[in-house]
Design a protein around this ligand. Structure first.
Ligand code: ADP
Ligand code: MG
Length: 375
């Protein structure tokens, strides 16, 4: 960020705004919004292009689009202006759908910044599928940027609500665009633990109890497995990663809950030889006592409509993954890794960064304001 000047920021903000209504923002429109002295905007754009923050296209017309790097910069700048992030350190995790970076808050304490990267791993199928080709958008027309922002917004909203209710989740700190800043969990990812020194039964029960308590509050994690559960030194269970969380009123709630229970049972049996006869079911063993699901949507921070968009998108992602994996099975066995049955949060496949140049049609934190257009 040190190499960015105010004018770069101004040009990128203009580009972000222009992209609300354009897949590729016409250069003239960006210039008009940025309002830099003569020629200044074009020069900045060319410079940002050279530094690989943006994409240039000159097919139908002369225009630019953002890459994730530019979007990261805008989010990071907003967070640092607010003082919630004062320094960035190393990358501590790289999931299928996110980058996890260690950052410092205003007091110099370590915390975690999660940058959503929805769509990053789907570009192979994107390029295979005509409907998806070219413009970085899904079939229904949402851009990957927009969906990454939705996912972050949802994660922050749910994390806050769960934290306030006393659930064991990281403390949410701040959110901007596709980025969530949260407490650094001092623990080990369950998947990284090979030996629980006699505590495995207790930990397994705590995981199940957490799942049931969550369902009693109206929620199902939807990806509650060894990749999204952290264990502290004193064997407490902390859950992370909730963009796919659904309500217990969801049409597939029973199966989703059952899948989480089954995946966890399989893992504990495989890894720690913990066999259990306990298989809580949503219908028989869960009595709803609260409605965090409804509360989340009622807060307005993450609406039902947004939830539906995100759900549809995530389902599409999983379908595509499965198709892709079927094809991969036939062609290449070397790429196989250990996965859970859900196989959602496991693989890290990096694609050509240039292909990450997808756009956002709905920038910033605010709701669709649409205040900028080219009319
Ligand atoms: P993804 O959606 O890519 O699966 P996650 O939220 O599961 O992203 O994070 C990926 C990895 O980063 C986790 O498996 C965990 O190892 C690490 N991680 C995420 N959040 C935290 C946190 N708050 N504290 C410590 N480590 C974290
Ligand atoms: Mg995860």
């Amino acid at each position: 960020m040190r190499f960015f000047e105010d004018e770069d920021f101004r040009v990128l903000t203009a580009l972000e705004m222009a992209m609300r209504n354009h897949d590729v923002a016409p250069t003239a429109l960006v210039e008009r919004i940025a309002q830099l002295p003569r020629g200044g905007c074009r020069k900045r754009l060319q410079d940002l292009l050279k530094r690989k923050f943006i994409h240039h296209e000159n097919t139908a017309y002369d225009g630019y689009s953002m890459k994730y790097a530019a979007y990261d910069f805008l989010a990071l700048r907003a967070l640092s202006k607010r003082g919630t992030v004062t320094g960035a350190g190393s990358r501590i995790g790289c999931g299928k759908e996110s980058d996890i970076i260690l950052v410092q808050d205003e007091n110099g304490n370590d915390c975690v910044m999660k940058l959503q990267r929805l769509g990053r791993c789907s570009f192979r199928s994107v390029s295979r599928n005509r409907d998806y080709k070219g413009n970085g958008k899904t079939r229904r027309g949402e851009s990957w940027f927009y969906l990454s922002r939705l996912a972050a917004q949802k994660e922050f909203a749910f994390m806050k609500m769960l934290y306030d209710e006393g659930f064991p989740v990281p403390k949410p700190i701040d959110h901007n665009r596709h980025v969530v800043v949260m407490e650094l969990v001092k623990g080990t990812l369950l998947n990284h633990i090979q030996d629980m020194a006699g505590h495995e039964h207790k930990v397994y029960e705590r995981c199940l109890a957490l799942m049931v308590r969550l369902a009693e509050h109206g929620l199902i994690h939807g990806d509650f497995n060894e990749f999204n559960i952290m264990i502290t030194d004193d064997f407490r269970v902390i859950m992370i990663d909730f963009p796919q969380m659904v309500s217990t009123d969801h049409r597939n709630a029973v199966e989703l809950f059952d899948r989480d229970v089954q995946n966890l049972a399989n893992f504990f049996s495989r890894r720690f030889r913990v066999e259990t006869l306990l298989h809580p079911s949503l219908e028989k063993d869960v009595e709803r006592t609260a409605a965090l699901d409804r509360q989340a949507f009622a807060s307005g921070f993450f609406t039902k409509k947004q939830q539906m968009e995100l759900e549809a998108m995530l389902e599409e992602e999983v379908d595509k993954e499965e198709d892709e994996e079927d094809e991969e099975d036939e062609t290449n066995d070397d790429t196989q890794e250990a996965t859970t049955e859900t196989s959602v949060a496991v693989k890290s496949r990096h694609e050509d960064p240039a292909k990450e140049a997808v756009k956002e049609d709905n920038a910033g934190d605010e709701e669709d304001g649409g205040e900028e257009d080219d009319t």
